[in-house]
Ligand binder design. Sequence first.
Ligand code: TYD
Ligand code: MG
Length: 431
Amino acid sequence: MGRCPECGAWSTLVEERAAEAPPRGGAIVPSGSAPVRLSDVAAAAVPRIPTGIADMDRVLGGGLVPGSVVLVGGEPGIGKSTLLLQVAARLSERVGSVLYVSAEESARQVRMRADRLDVSAPGLFLLPETSLEAILEAVKAGTFGAIVVDSIQTIASADAPAAAGSVTQVRACAGRLLALAKTTGVPVLLIGHVTKDGTLAGPKTLEHLVDAVLSFEGERFHAHRVVRALKNRFGPVHELGIFEMTGAGLIEVANPSALYLGSGAGGRPGSVVLAGVEGTRPLLLEVQALTVEAKYGSPRRTAIGFDGTRLALLLAVLERHGGMSLSSHDVFLNVAGGAESAEPAADLAVCSAVAGSFRGRALPAGTAVFGEVGLLGEVRAVSDAALRLKEAVSLGFHSALIPAGNAGEAAAFPDLSVVPLRSVEELLERS
Ligand code: TYD
Ligand code: MG
């Protein structure tokens, strides 16, 4: 069929033959076993292999688990090969030797990148190869402590009757590599390309097979890159790894708040510093709002780095409980520096920024804000208040607008002038 009967798009159907059943990856439980009482199962601590890159370990939940398969997805050109070459080099210092399968670039190209990154690990082995069978052969011959495959879409198995990159091939190859990892205990890192709309093309079908899915994200025009776990069988999924792309590869960002905040955040109408938390890491972000009188038609609401629906909700709260007639104004909201925030604790900062722009009033410079806002205009307590305040203090902030429900936790910061708020009305009165 030339046209998909489901979505109506042309030339999107790919032939997939129902040949031999694809290897059942992930089945690490021997068949025919009898039920055992859960409490009788010996609990073993999951051993970890630190990758040597702290932010990577943080996202993985403490390091690579032996025998695990990790899929690292990201848009082309975002820096996946760079990151994993750095990881492979560091890892080889720990596990002896690492095999980097380069199916997209020649050994010389990888060498050039390695020179640029200044990694010269003696335990790092390269294999420019696209044939799965040849890769498995090479793995059998060597004794590698970890394997990186760059990328899963460019390798192909002779057994699977489909083109490289097709769903059939991607699944077949991943299944074989998964079996390899589970039987030998060697961790395997797979690189997968993601299309512009954010789907792991082909690799999407792998998400349930692999142990962890990491997403490598960033804006092309910003130097910072973020690694986050979308799935992790051995750790949390809310941790972030933050890197900066430099001329010599990716470096970990020691102080991400300073990176995102830049200079001069806050202190002007429409600019408010949010004391946020991503995972277990505090992160100060600048929330910017701009309100202008709508010229024609229905007013525009645009949010970058923040959920548009949530913005609409907060504008309704400001209109109803704050008496601000925003329905005749366009509202633009931006989390500066290409960052984003999805936590409810950002609500109060968003309200404060919008109100600041609308009323032309600024918070005093050096003020951090956090708190959830409910539909009744109430300001609700959030988690990790102490963590947020500590980060603000360490970056030189001297005042904070926080939920009254978190005021107890603020007592530990006597140098900070804290304004506890119960409602949006109070926010407008006191700022
Ligand atoms: P790359 O790792 O090849 O991306 P991917 O494998 O995800 O397609 O790198 C992408 C970009 O990073 C490339 O356009 C150049 C840039 N880059 C640097 O800025 N500094 C560096 O040290 C390296 C190696 C790459
Ligand atoms: Mg690449």
